[in-house]
Every structure is written in C-alpha cells, then in structure tokens.
Design a protein around this ligand. Sequence first.
Ligand code: MN
Length: 459
Amino acid sequence: MPYEIDETHDQSLQSWVESANDPATDFPIQNLPFVRAVFADEEDRTFLTSAVVIGDQLLILELVAQVGLLDEVVDTDLIESMLLDEIYSDMTRNERQRFRARLVSLLSADNDELKGHDVAEHALVPMNEVQTLPAFECHDYTDFYASVYHATNVGTMFRPDNPLLPNYKWIPVGYHGRASSVVTSGTPIRRPNGQLSPAEEGGAPSFGPCKLLDYELEMGVVVARGNELGQPIAIGDAEDHILGMCLLNDWSARDMQKWEYVPLGPFLAKSFATTVSPCLVTMEALVPFRCPAMQRPDGDPKPLPHLTDEHDQSQGGLDITLEVFLASKQMRDQDMEPIRLSKGSFKDMYWTIAQMLTHHSSNGCNMQAGDLLGSGTISGPTRESRGCLLEMTWDGDPFANPAVIKPGTERTAIELPTGEERKFLADGDEIIIRGYCERDGYRRIGFGECRGIIEPAVI
Ligand code: MN
C-alpha cells in the first residue's frame, strides 16, 4: 500500500503549543513522536503513562482520552494500558492515520477543543520536568547488519581475504540480541569485562575490562503488530506491522567480539547494553521522507522473490540524516561542545526495514508487538559517514588499499579539542546520537537524542 502525504504533513501547520513552532525543534506538530512519561507521587510511587511530544512539552494521552477528546479514534481503555504497542497492535494503518490526524487537529493553532478545555492545563507537562522512557516494552531484540559499507569494512578487517561472505547479498544477516539490557537514553554504560582476543594467533585470551569499547550508530524499528507462529509476514504487508523508529546505539566490545563471534555470531560483546532514544517517530510521520531502496550495484543479485516488492523498491528507503557526537569528561568539565564524529544517512542501507522484518518471519517465527529490530551500523560510502570507531579510526580503505590493519593496531587517533586522543572509547566519554529528516517543501522533524556515558568496569 503506497504511503500518502496528507494534511498532517502540511508544512504550514502551526500549533497553539508555541515551542512546537520554533524552526529548530525536533518536535513540530508534523512529528508527534510517542514516549512514556514517568511520574512520581509524594510517596515516591511511580506512574507510567503514554504521551506524545509537542515542542518542549509532553501531551499525556490518558488525560485527553478521559475527557472524551479521542473517543472517535481510539478505545479509552487502550490508552490507559500505557504501552503504545498495545494501543497500536490492533489498529490498521488507516486507523493509525486517523489517530494521528486527530492528535494533529487537537494541537493545531486553529482548533480550540483541547486548548480551550480545562484538561489542557494538566495534560501538557514540560518535557524536562519528567523522566521519559521508550513508548514500548522491549520483549525481544534482534540486530541486523544491513549496511553493505559497514559489512565490507568490518569484513576486510576481520577476514582480509574474504570480507563479504557469500550470503550477504541474499540474506539480511542478523543475530538475536538481548532485550533485558536495552536501556533508555541517559542510562550510564558500564564498561564490560570479558575474554579478550589473544594478542597473537594461537595464544590464550585474557579476562578483564574491554580495551576496545565502541559505539554503533543504528536505527531501531519497533513492531506494532505480530504474526501467528508459523505464518510468515509477506513483504507487501511488512510495513503494516511496523510502529515506528528510534535512535539506537549498539555498544560493542571489539576485543571480545573478535574472539567470540565464530561460529555463532556476537554474544557478550553486545549484550551488556544497547541504548535507545525515548522518542519513537511513527511511520506515518516519516512518510514525506521516504525514498527508493538503495540501488544495488551492477552485478549484485536481485533479492529473492519473497524479499522483493515493487512498492518497497520504490519507497522502502528512508532519508534520515544521522550524526554522532563525542564529549570526553575533560571536555564536559571545560564546558566544551561535543565534537561531531560522523554524519550519514539511513538511505544508504542495503536492505529495507520491510525486507528485514519479512526475512525475520519467513521461517514462521512469530514477531510480537514491541519487538525491537536494530538496523545494524549505518555506514555510508565515505570516511565521514562511518558509523563506529572500528571503521572511523581504521586506516584501511577497502576500495583503494587492500592492505589490512588488525583492529587495535596502526589506527588513526581522533584528536579531541582538549588534546586527548581516541581510537576507542575511554571511561567518562559520552556518545550522543542525533537524527532528523529534512526535505524541501516539508517541515523538518527529528528523533531527539540517544546518549550514554561510559563508566569504569567493575573490578
Ligand atoms: Mn550492531
């Protein structure tokens, strides 16, 4: 089913929530991402409730629903369930569009229904006054490897003779991640201990704090609606099962990964922490920023028929600009701005999100509402668009220089404004991921931030 631009994407729409009209905001009325807000009462009991972000405010959906303002578009009991995937799991795409249109209408400058209602005073809360969590409960997490640039760079480092394995252009490669350690932006990240790859081939590993700690710039895709066990999702239906997207940092211990990943893939090098941004931008909000799937170079195989859909090929890509910033503890202590490490786009991914979801369910595996799919590190063709330090500080260029440099050796350090140098992350370093969409004729929308500071390992 094609995506259609509708009145909710009109760039001239303004909100009566003034901060939403600031050209610099990530959260104009055309966006309305979902979060869960955490409130504490006087006895420190916490309450969770679903909300949409508008400018610098949160709109508490439960309160709006209680006074009947959402009656025509959603069941009030569902809103009270607090979890967005529960609210969304039974909705068709048309119903989701109606829900969005109603929220846009209630927040529009020319609509007085909510603005003029007593509930408005309580239903809007400054975002910086409450803790926010992702709008979904992550029960299961899978991480893909969908950037051919990332896969080629990493493959060249780990397997110089054989960088891209023969399955890569046929299968959206993935591994099963760990849901329990998916944390929200701002949660400190403890440097993991683990078995580190031997210094020499054939030698013994050591056990201790990871020395090659890295981030991975990724997007998270959240499932809205699952499938029955044994009933695969067809490629043409895949996006009806997707709720929205968030920023994701797949923290990675490279010295552990290199030792453990053969033959079953990453395990403890990844499962110590994965950070997601609280804001979940809906697929409906992303419609103006759709683009064709990445054009496969001549000579690459066409995907098999079950992964091929005409509409997915023409509109399955997403032009989302992504930036990674680093601030060391010294930089923060000296009030220095974080430095930008890289800038890339999600449109450079080899596999679409529909292909990843379809592949995942193609054996009959049942996806469930709230499942999180990581895209894999988002790297583009240039050095500036490499999505992790493993690639950024690597001197090799697989397209020009077949010489191979082992991870951890002969790397180019990144120089920080304090004079410090980084090849991998140091304790106290903060990684900040930001993402946004821009297109002429449309309002810019953003994903907010995904942050995490590295804490020293447990000794
Ligand atoms: Mn990853």
